[in-house]
Design a binder for this molecule. Structure first.
Ligand SMILES: [Zn+2]
Length: 654
């Protein structure tokens, strides 16, 4: 047999790279485990369109139309076809008309007349072009034209800092609130904070539309439930128990059932196949309360799991050695489990753009009592490493030594800090008495603060001798690895600006947090110098010890802000260091990456699972394959996993 080289980068689309994700170890699972993975895969994808609708109320109507134009693009003039191809692919990668990372709208590079002609041409070639509820092309363009063309119409999907006098909910285009302002919610008690849309009707009455069977997205959630029931039939006991709890939550929508599910999911510490399915992360909501749908299915990567397990096994040691106030340390650290995993599918909020590490559940009260599960996404990390162009590093390193250090150690340092961030960072610390959930106290500052805290924990402990004691880093190269990590972190505050081509402020929480740490260190320590050479700007780490001392100091501050729920201090911290950036520097960075034709972000094509059936049609096994094409996969998903018709009708009749 000949080994064929894997193809990683499939194509470039504007600012994005499209990369294939591989799941080679799927073949090593038992057939019953592969069957379980299949049902969970179906359950994940069944919810994909919920996320499109949550993200933007017109997202699904827009997608139906542009997908038809994409399919019929051979009938169009080349320039029109090219514009539609680019827009459709970016729409898929970002799950709608807003960039996942910057939260900004991107537009279709055609005029209204061009689009009108394109629809009519493709229709007359015999391709059906869905126009949502509209009877004519003109009516469609009147209703949706601004969504495609007008950058200033509903410009941000999430806007946590819209400027003085503007309300964060009115300034955010996501579909989590309808005609509701922050002030409306002060007097309104949400019973389903995570899994509802809040709507103010014509009489000024505020109510929750709960995501549950029989509620909003009810028919689609029923389909997810049916797939989960099929999964239970082939799942081992602790997994079956957790899936049954998830079904109960989807049926009732009650927060008590969500808590029961979180507890059951954490208790199922090492399942052969696991899933994250539901309304999980709150980054899209400017208030940080509403969960966005995501579906992920994964299994352990046995070769890569040793490091993260060693870190999790010593969670109590890390907690005792946190540099912050004793009062904020957890007395007993329980139930911390961690593994390296391979992703089989990620959709909704989790894909095609994906995280590299996950720690759940997000409910602080459950983490403190029952613990948490962390995963590092080994096959995603590998795909990133294989697809990242060498010239990105070359361009932003100050010296050849820095570049070589990064080349040598970035993968290991990145793996260890991601594990520390997820397992130890998010899992650590506790709230002061009577403060309540930090999301409620810190509101739109919460997510950025929590990411800052976890990054600081990772930066602090990567330099601790414990890394050598645990066998994770060789003593002889420890200093070198710490320096490489700190240099990479400082460099990133410049490199990440390539992703924000418009405006002068950041929206995405991880970007804000990384900017905040580097700029806080620059203001309060002598660790980092900003230097210029040939019109190019660099962040250079000149004092590693000062860097770590500053990290410890900032961590003490950030932990106090979280534990005490100090909203004003959090807002001041990010206003000063995290949110705003120098647009001249950004323009310089954009010019540098454009000269080198470097991508700003990556969308992944997922592995594809296919059941193998016997003569009676029963599923006996499941095979994995790789589509190697974004459009093929996205069109397949849209055709096979569309939002249930009953749910679509509700959307249309609003
Ligand atoms: Zn995080």
């Amino acid at each position: 047999m000949t080994m064929r080289e894997k193809t990683w980068v499939l194509e470039r689309v504007g600012p994005a790279a499209v990369v294939q994700l591989y799941a080679d170890a799927f073949a090593t699972l038992a057939p019953s485990e592969r069957r379980l993975a299949w049902h969970l895969y179906e359950a994940a994808l069944a919810g994909r369109d919920i996320y499109y609708d949550q993200r933007y109320e017109h997202g699904l109507v827009m997608r139906d139309c542009i997908e038809a134009l994409f399919v019929g693009r051979s009938h169009l003039p080349a320039a029109t076809a090219h514009a539609i191809e680019r827009y459709t692919k970016l729409f898929w990668i970002n799950s709608g008309p807003y960039e996942h990372i910057t939260a900004r709208k991107f537009t279709l590079d055609l005029t209204r007349d061009d689009l009108r002609d394109a629809i009519l041409t493709v229709q007359s070639a015999g391709v059906a072009v869905p126009l949502g509820p509209c009877a004519t092309v003109d009516a469609f363009l009147d209703a949706y034209g601004r969504d495609f063309f007008d950058e200033s119409w509903r410009p941000m999907v999430t806007s946590k800092t819209p400027g003085p006098g503007q309300d964060i909910l009115h300034a955010s285009a996501s579909n989590l609130y309808v005609d509701v302002s922050s002030a409306d919610l002060n007097a309104f008690e949400e019973r389903h904070a995570l899994n509802s849309r809040v709507v103010k009707d014509g009489n000024g009455h505020v109510r929750e539309e709960v995501y549950r069977v029989g509620g909003r997205y009810g028919a689609t959630l029923s389909r997810i439930v049916a797939h989960l029931e099929a999964a239970i039939a082939v799942a081992p006991e602790p997994t079956a128990h957790a899936l049954a709890a998830l079904i109960r939550f989807y049926r009732t929508g009650e927060d008590a059932d969500r808590r029961a599910y979180d507890i059951a999911w954490v208790a199922d510490a090492n399942p052969p196949v696991d899933t994250i399915n539901g309304f999980i992360e709150v980054y899209m909501d400017p208030r940080g309360r509403k969960g966005a749908f995501e579906g992920i299915v994964f299994h352990e990567n046995p070769d890569k799991t040793a490091h993260i397990r060693a870190i999790a096994a010593h969670a109590a040691w890390f907690e005792r050695h946190m540099p912050y106030d004793e009062a904020y340390k957890r007395a007993d650290v329980v139930g911390v489990s961690a593994r390296a995993i391979d992703v089989l599918v990620e959709c909704g909020d989790a894909g095609p753009m994906t995280a590299i590490g996950i720690n759940l559940p997000n409910d602080e009260a459950i983490r403190e009592v029952h613990g948490s599960k962390s995963v590092s996404l080994a096959n995603v990390v590998e795909a990133y490493e294989q697809s990242q162009p060498e010239s990105l590093r070359e361009e932003f390193c100050w010296s050849a030594e820095e570049r070589d250090r990064s080349k040598r150690w970035q993968a290991l340092a990145g793996e260890l800090t991601t594990s520390l961030h997820e397992v130890i960072g998010h899992g650590s610390g506790r709230m002061a008495p009577q403060v309540g959930p930090p999301q409620a106290a810190l509101r739109e500052q919460y997510s950025t603060l929590e990411e800052t805290r976890s990054d600081l924990v990772a930066l602090y402990f990567i330099a601790d001798p414990v890394m050598v004691d645990l066998g994770l880093i060789d003593a002889a190269v420890h200093d070198e690895i710490v320096r490489a990590e700190y240099e990479g972190y400082a460099r990133n505050a410049i490199v990440q600006l390539r992703r924000v081509r418009q405006g002068t402020h950041l929206e995405e929480d991880h970007m804000r947090n990384r900017q905040a740490i580097v700029h806080w260190l620059m203001a309060h320590t002598s660790a980092i110098e900003r230097r210029q050479r040939d019109g190019r700007t660099f962040n250079v780490v000149v004092d590693v010890a000062a860097f770590r001392e500053g990290v410890a100091r900032m961590l003490r501050l950030v932990q106090r802000i979280k534990s005490e729920g100090l909203y004003d201090e959090a807002a001041a911290l990010f206003e000063a260091y995290g949110i705003h950036f120098d647009s001249a520097l950004r323009d310089e960075v954009v010019a540098r990456v454009d000269r080198l034709d470097l991508p700003s972000y990556t969308g992944f094509v997922m592995p594809r699972l296919t059941p193998v059936r016997d003569a009676e049609g029963a599923i006996v096994d499941v095979e994995v394959s790789y589509p190697l094409d974004l459009a093929t996969q996205m069109l397949e998903y849209s055709a096979h996993y569309a939002l249930a018709d009953e749910d679509r009708q509700v959307l249309a009749h609003r």
